[in-house]
Ligand binder design. Structure first.
Ligand SMILES: Nc1ncnc2c1ncn2[C@@H]1O[C@H](COP(=O)(O)OP(=O)(O)OP(=O)(O)O)[C@@H](O)[C@H]1O
Ligand SMILES: [Mg+2]
Length: 281
C-alpha cells in the first residue's frame, strides 16, 4: 500500500480544485495515468453474504480525488454493508477493494493504518465516552500514526476549530449535543489525514435542529476538496453537494449518475419508485 502523501493530501483547509472527479465522470474517463489522476479507491465485483443472505452481489465503482458520492437506496439494500466492507469492518465474500493500487483484502494489510487513510464517520458517532473531546481526537493519532501527544494535540485543535468545536475540548461526549458529537467525530477522522472519508447516515440519529450544523460541516469539507462517500437520506445533500449519486438496490449499484440526472430523469423503475416514495414521506 502506498503511504500517506502527507497533510496536503487531506484537502480540508486548502482550497482544492475538486473538478477532477467530476470532469473524469463527465468524460466517462478512466484513461488518465499517473498517481494524481489514478483512482483513490477501486471497488471490483465486491460481494458480501451473511449465510444465505446475499447482501452485496457485484458492486463495482471507482472513487477519484475530490469526488463526493452520495449513496442512496432503500433500507436493507446494502449501503452500510458496502461502507463497512470498505472500512474492513466486514470481510467481503468476494471481489477486491483496491486502495491506491493495492488490494486491502490481501493478507498482512494493517487495518488501523488503512482506516487512517480511509476514515469512517458513523450514524452513532462512536466517540469514547470516558474521554474528553480533545482526547477523542488525539488518541488515534498517537496510537496509529505514532505522533507525539503534542503534535497530535495541534492537529486535533486545528480540526476541532474547523468544525466549530474548539470551545468544547474539555467536555465529555455526554455533555454535548448529538450534532456536536458528530462534529467531533468528523474532526477526529480528519485529524488522521484521510484520503477518503466514508459517512454512514451521519445525520440520521440527530435531533432535527442539529442536522443542519453537521450538513454544513460536510458541505464545507466537500467544497474544500475532501473526497467523500456518503450514505444518506438527506436528498438535498445528495442533489446539491455531491457530484455523483449511486442508487443501491438489492446489493448492486442499480443506477448511477450526476445528481441532476438521477433526481430529474431517473432511468430505472426502482430508482423512480424510491425517489417517489421519498417525496411522499
Ligand atoms: N452482521 C450482519 N449479520 C447478518 N446480516 C446482516 C449483518 N449486517 C447486515 N446484515 C443484513 O444485510 C442486509 C443489508 O443491511 P445494510 O445494513 O447494509 O442495509 P442498509 O442499506 O444500510 O439499510 P438501512 O437504510 O436500513 O441502514 C440486511 O438484510 C441485513 O439484515
Ligand atoms: Mg444502513
Amino acid at each position: 500500500m502506498s503511504g500517506n502523501n502527507g497533510r496536503s493530501n487531506n484537502g480540508f483547509g486548502n482550497k482544492k480544485n475538486r473538478a477532477s472527479g467530476a470532469d473524469q465522470y463527465a468524460n466517462e474517463g478512466r484513461y488518465l495515468s499517473g498517481n494524481e489522476n489514478d483512482p483513490i479507491l477501486e471497488i471490483r465485483h465486491l460481494a458480501k453474504s451473511f449465510g444465505n443472505n446475499k447482501v452485496l452481489t457485484d458492486v463495482d465503482f471507482d472513487v477519484y480525488k475530490g469526488d463526493v458520492i452520495s449513496v442512496i437506496g432503500a433500507s436493507g439494500s446494502g449501503k452500510s454493508t458496502l461502507l463497512r466492507c470498505i472500512n474492513l469492518l466486514e470481510t467481503p465474500t468476494g471481489g477486491e477493494i483496491i486502495y491506491r493500487g493495492s488490494n486491502v483484502l490481501d493478507r498482512g494489510v494493517n487495518a488501523p493504518k488503512y482506516r487512517a487513510h480511509v476514515g469512517m464517520v458513523f450514524q452513532s458517532f462512536n466517540l469514547f465516552s470516558n474521554m474528553t473531546v480533545l482526547e477523542n481526537c488525539v488518541a488515534g493519532q498517537v496510537k496509529v500514526l505514532k505522533r507525539s501527544r503534542n503534535e497530535a494535540k495541534q492537529y486535533a485543535l486545528e480540526y476541532l476549530d474547523k468544525v466549530g468545536m474548539a470551545p468544547y475540548i474539555k467536555a465529555k461526549p455526554r455533555q454535548i449535543s448529538g450534532g456536536q458529537q458528530q462534529r467531533v467525530a468528523i474532526a477526529r477522522a480528519l485529524a488522521m489525514d484521510p484520503d477518503l472519508l466514508l459517512f454512514d447516515e451521519p445525520t440520521s440519529a440527530l435531533d432535527p435542529e442539529t442536522v443542519g450544523e453537521v450538513l454544513t460541516v460536510m458541505q464545507n469539507l466537500a467544497e474544500d476538496g475532501m473526497t467523500m462517500l456518503v450514505v444518506t437520506h438527506e436528498m438535498s445533500f445528495a442533489r446539491d453537494v455531491s457530484n455523483q449519486v449511486f442508487f443501491m438496490h438489492e446489493g448492486v449499484i442499480h443506477e448511477s449518475g450526476r445528481p441532476a440526472e438521477i433526481f430529474s430523469d431517473p432511468q430505472r423503475e426502482e430508482t423512480k419508485d424510491f425517489l417517489a416514495r421519498f417525496r411522499n414521506n
